[in-house]
Design a protein around this ligand. Structure first.
Ligand SMILES: Nc1nc2c(ncn2[C@@H]2O[C@H](COP(=O)(O)OP(=O)(O)OP(=O)(O)O)[C@@H](O)[C@H]2O)c(=O)[nH]1
Length: 539
């Protein structure tokens, strides 16, 4: 993208008015042309204005010299070469377009070259207030630079298009609304670039729709800022995290909306100016929001800062130029679109990271809701829900199912004597020992403080009594060893098998009754609940 600084080929002069072409070509106004410095044409008025390019030295005709007017955007020009009566008309879109050249510049051949002091007259219709550099390039250089221009623009517009497709896919695929804002931002940016950059001329109906109406590109520009403000407010969670900055952006969006409405009615360039000032305020506000977010270690803000810093610098350079404070180098023409594409890329990655983080948080919350932190057992709501499903399946498949309720004997005493921390460790060890005696598809859940529920699918009462006995032995077989202390512990257990047509609630009630049967029988034993009576199995 090495922009070659054009050699000073011309003295450039401007006439403040729009007299008849015959008068200008006859030299009647030559004395009124005022010299301007540099090699660029720049107007803020939309009324046609005359410009004169006078060759400082002869331009030989050998290498097919071309008059090149850079960054034409929506501007149209009529060009009178020396000695010609009829002008050559040029513009990026419409009948004046020359599709033999890229949208980088308006190009007019100078087949005779130019003699020193010979003048070319231009009648300029400047719809885009961006300076147009004027130079003479050999045809071969024009083509070389055109190819580079096409490659770069394709890369930028292609990147925006791919990101927009990804945003659309994510929006539809995972239903995350912020991707819709991102999609709107990317599409509006791409359309803005393609309309002012002239690429829309490749699609005839778009070119016809856009024609040379500067309002369309402007509308997309305003929409792009509006959409990106909305996306970024959402992305950085400004309503909650930085409400004051949020209000500034909200105000910017209201002004942008008003400007969009005004654009329907008028093409006044004041709209572009106000739009650019709002863009500057939005960009600086976003920049501050991302610096504050980064300072507060908000992860999204890192991505935002990365994508926004170059954009803020570019916007400041651009607005400064539009306000006439300075002239930007030629590479700015590419810096802006590349800034858009890179910004879009970083934000897409950032948003994906954000969504990933949300999912991790959700998974973590769901894990906390499902598993007890102390013992790793299922929580009460989780095991109740699964038990309900297993009971239904057992009824349908006419298969047996049993449950075991157990409670640590005199657990309060362990707490009282050794403290809650040791009590916690005792619970953890008991849970570990008992769970190791179960099959992988048995369910193990913490029902209350020191009360555990075990669900044994495909298991009849007799087998379940055996399992419960194993659980009992796993705890009382040896004392719990905690921080150098040996604490004897035992369990009381109650077992019940599902009856035909019985509800999960009723099954649990019977197991609970059996458990209290064990407590009443002196603890450290297993009691089964049959239809008729409590059956004490082991003690
Ligand atoms: N360390 C600890 N203690 C708990 C926890 N949850 C409940 N507890 C205590 O466990 C004890 C339960 O006591 P109970 O089951 O009512 O009675 P117990 O002392 O075990 O006596 P029995 O059940 O009649 O044998 C209470 O002192 C609770 O404070 C916990 O997560 N950690």
């Amino acid at each position: 993208m090495a922009a070659t600084v054009p050699a000073q080929v011309f003295d450039v002069a401007r006439l403040d008015g729009d007299p008849l072409p015959v008068q200008v070509l006859a030299g009647e106004h030559d004395g009124e042309f005022a010299r301007v410095s540099g090699q660029a044409i720049f107007e803020t008025t939309k009324r046609p204005r005359w410009w004169r390019l006078t060759a400082r030295q002869a331009v030989p005709a050998d290498d097919a010299p071309q008059l090149v007017l850079r960054t034409p955007y929506l501007n149209h020009v009529e060009i009178w070469r020396p000695g010609e009566v009829m002008p050559v008309r040029r513009g990026l879109i419409g009948d004046d377009a020359d599709p033999a050249f890229s949208t980088r510049a308006l190009v007019v051949p100078l087949p005779q070259g130019l003699a020193a002091s010979e003048s070319i007259y231009l009648r300029m219709h400047m719809l885009s207030p961006t300076p147009m550099a004027v130079t003479v390039e050999p045809l071969v250089d024009v083509h070389r630079r055109d190819l580079r221009h096409v490659a770069l623009r394709t890369l930028v517009l292609g990147t925006l298009a791919v990101l927009a497709i990804l945003a659309f896919g994510f929006w539809i695929g995972i239903g995350e609304r912020s991707y819709a804002f991102l999609l709107l931002t990317l599409v509006a940016q791409a359309m803005y670039l393609a309309s002012i950059g002239g690429e829309v001329r490749m699609v005839p109906w778009l070119a016809q729709a856009f024609g040379s109406d500067p309002r369309i590109g402007r509308m997309f520009g305003l929409l792009a800022v509006l959409a990106s403000n909305s996306f970024l407010m959402f992305y950085l969670n400004l309503p909650r995290r930085q409400p004051r900055l949020m209000r500034v952006l909200y105000g910017c969006n209201l002004v942008l909306l008003a400007l969009m409405l005004a654009t329907i009615g008028t093409a006044a360039s004041a709209i572009a100016l106000i739009g650019n000032v709002v863009l500057l305020v939005s960009a600086v506000t976003m920049f501050v929001a991302s610096v504050v977010g980064t300072w507060k270690r908000q992860r999204e803000a890192y991505f935002m800062l990365l994508s926004w810093t170059p954009m803020v610098v570019l916007v400041i350079l651009r607005v400064g130029e539009l306000l006439g404070a300075w002239r930007n180098p030629e590479w700015m023409e590419y810096a802006f679109p590349i800034g858009f594409a890179l910004g879009g890329l970083v934000l897409t990655i950032g948003l994906t990271d954000h969504v990933h983080q949300l999912r991790r948080d959700r998974d973590h919350a769901s894990h906390l809701a499902t598993y007890d932190v102390l013992t790793g057992a299922l929580t009460r709501p989780a095991i109740e829900e699964r038990l309900g499903a297993l009971v239904e399946a057992a009824h349908q498949g006419r298969r047996p199912l049993s449950v075991v309720f157990f409670d640590v004997d005199h657990f309060k005493q362990i707490n009282d004597e050794h403290g809650h921390r040791i009590g916690d460790q005792a619970l953890r060890i008991i849970a570990l020992r008992t769970r190791n005696r179960l099959r992988t598809y048995d369910l193990f859940g913490r029902y209350g403080g020191d009360e555990i529920l075990v669900v044994l699918p495909d298991t009849q009462l007799r087998e379940a009594m055996g399992v419960a006995e194993n659980l009992r032995v796993s705890v009382n077989c040896r004392p719990l060893s905690i921080e150098g202390r040996l604490l004897p512990a035992s369990l009381s257990l109650g077992v019940a098998e599902l009856h035909q047509g019985e509800t999960a609630g009723r099954l649990l009630e019977r197991a609970d009754t059996a458990l209290y049967g064990s407590k009443a029988a002196g603890r450290d034993c297993v009691t089964g609940h049959t239809a008729a009576r409590l059956q004490e199995a082991v003690s």
